[in-house]
Design a protein around this ligand. Structure first.
Ligand code: B12
Length: 470
């Protein structure tokens, strides 16, 4: 009888079942699972997926699982996934205690002691899994499972592991009636379907206290970037197989290595690509390397995700962001100059943050006038310096794993007035009348001329025409 592995994506915390395609990020794959699947399949294993977002209920999960009848179930887990992930493995064991359960992902690595309490987890794999998971499957299949419950994932060579297995998700989504003709669901007008996300590297050089050092435990302290050739090959595959028309990099900060970016943009143009794409960058990098922005725009960049975070230099220092308010404003001006969209990430309700800091953030957001607002209530994530700070100062108001989502409207820490923060969040997203008018005019003109609003902005002289190919 064939040896079968079922992977489980538990991302329903705060969203619920049948939540696929509801919300900008609710139709994206987990590269963690897709990469594990590709690595296991390359070693001859049969792998399928249950994506809780596509199912109806826990009863539905039970029926599907019984039908799949796997030997091994692998579950991925961010901190926010704790409840659905633990519920899933409880059901697995209830159905058949002989199924071997393996969990991995950020929470397992970052909060190992916490996950050790999960009695239904047979194996806990920390760090990256592409090498260790297939080895574990081999050992289980061959009847010699490891005696250690905790396995430290070996670091893979990113150029040698197979590309993410996107069919794992796509086929599963289609099975449950989701009409999806794109490997992943697009989320902004600039990036048309078919759309995909891609990862060019793992890790991040920076030290922001709301993220670090947790991620270092997962990927190491340095960024490991794939070769440009490998990324170009994956893009070629995505075009050939899925006909993608646009894509987005998930890397924490793609622009951290300018030499890589230069080589990539050259290779991208040389390969004949002109698909639009988005990636994450930082205000300081954009300001210090405008030439890089220009180069990226020429290749096809249509938008940057930028962590502006705060309009208060004191808070930027507190979170060790390494940027200033002035850089934030200048970075936004540069984006406008090149006609690229701004996806603005920022947060409110940090420890020690005062009303004056928040008002400064509102002012900054009005000046930045981003194309997309992505505000968050500061949320302390386990494994980060700010989480430790919050615990040490007795500030946490988080009582359940579901609250590790950054965007719900619920209080996260003490000494913050969440009614005021709710108001501030809305106010930060209200454009000034002048900016609202400019955007309205650009939309009208773009409709009339059938050209993009970004081009209109340039023609109106609101953006410099330095980026002819945009
Ligand atoms: C892309 C991304 C997203 C995407 C897609 C998420 C996804 N499912 O992949 C979206 C936008 C949806 C998202 C949402 C959120 N995210 Co996010 N996201 C990322 C990001 C930038 C990249 C993820 C990625 O693809 N990494 C590359 C893959 C290969 O790594 P991986 O998934 O960790 O998998 C490897 C290992 O963990 C391990 N592994 C993973 N699963 C398993 C399972 C088994 C069985 C085994 C053996 C091994 C194993 O092996 C994998 C391959 O090596 C990371 C930061 C980062 N650089 O990783 C944050 C990150 C994972 N996100 C984070 C957070 C906090 C969130 C949100 C809670 C934010 C919010 N909105 O409130 C939500 C929660 C979504 C949900 N589940 O409901 C945190 C998690 C921290 C934590 N303690 O859990 C991270 C680490 C960012 C950070 N440093 O703060 N996210």
């Amino acid at each position: 009888m064939a040896f079968k592995t079922t992977l489980v994506y538990p991302g329903i915390a705060g969203r619920g079942f049948r939540s696929l395609k509801q919300g900008m990020d609710a139709g994206w794959i987990s590269h963690g699972l897709a990469s594990l699947s590709a690595a296991a399949k390359a070693r001859g294993f049969e792998v399928d997926l249950i994506d809780l977002r596509a199912l109806e209920s826990w009863d539905h999960f039970r029926t599907v699982l019984a039908d799949r009848d796997p030997d091994v179930v692998g579950v991925t887990m961010m901190s926010v996934d704790y409840n659905p992930a633990s519920q899933a493995i409880a059901i697995v064991k209830e159905l058949n205690p002989d199924i071997v359960t393996v969990i991995g992902g950020p929470h397992v690595t970052i909060a190992l002691e916490d996950t050790m309490n999960l009695a239904n987890a047979d194996y806990l794999v920390t760090r990256e899994g592409e090498v260790t998971f297939p080895k574990l499957l081999e050992a289980i299949r061959d009847g010699s499972p490891p005696s250690d419950r905790i396995l430290r994932g070996e670091t893979p060579d990113l150029d040698r592991i197979p590309f993410s297995d996107r069919d794992l998700f796509l086929n599963e989504w289609r099975k449950w009636g989701y009409d999806i003709d794109s490997p992943e669901v697009p989320f902004v007008a600039e990036l048309p379907a078919p759309f995909a996300t891609i990862i060019a590297g793992r890790g991040c050089l920076y030290h922001c206290t709301f993220c670090k050092p947790g991620e270092d435990y997962l990927f190491g302290r340095r960024t490991r970037r794939r070769s440009v050739d490998s990324v170009i090959d994956e893009l070629r595959m995505l075009v050939d197989r899925y006909h993608i028309a646009s894509f987005m990099f998930h890397d924490d900060c793609l622009t951290e290595d300018r030499r890589w970016v230069t080589a990539f943009t050259e290779a991208y143009i040389q390969a004949g690509f002109n698909m639009p794409f988005f990636c994450q960058s930082r205000a300081d990098i954009i300001v210090q390397h405008e030439d890089m922005v220009q180069r990226m725009v020429r290749a096809g960049l249509r938008g940057y995700f930028i962590g502006f975070e705060s309009g208060s230099d004191r808070m930027l220092e507190f979170i060790r962001k390494g940027t200033t308010v002035e850089q934030n404003l200048e970075a936004a001006r540069i984006c406008r100059r090149y006609g690229i969209s701004i996806w603005a990430n920022y947060m409110m309700g940090l420890p020690t943050e005062e009303k004056a800091d928040i008002l400064a953030t509102i002012r900054m957001m009005k000046q930045i006038d981003p194309d997309y607002y992505s505000p968050a209530f500061f949320t302390p994530h386990p494994g980060t310096d700010l989480y430790d700070y919050v615990v040490e100062h007795g500030l946490s108001r988080i009582t359940d794993y579901d609250s590790y989502r950054r965007n719900p409207n619920e209080p996260k820490i003490r000494h913050q007035d969440y009614e005021f923060l709710q108001w501030a969040m809305l106010e930060s997203q209200r454009r000034t009348p002048v900016n609202a008018f400019k955007r309205w005019a650009a939309r009208q003109w773009s409709r009339a001329r059938r050209i993009t609003p970004a081009k209109v902005m340039r023609r109106l002289g609101l953006a410099r025409s330095g980026a002819e190919s945009a």
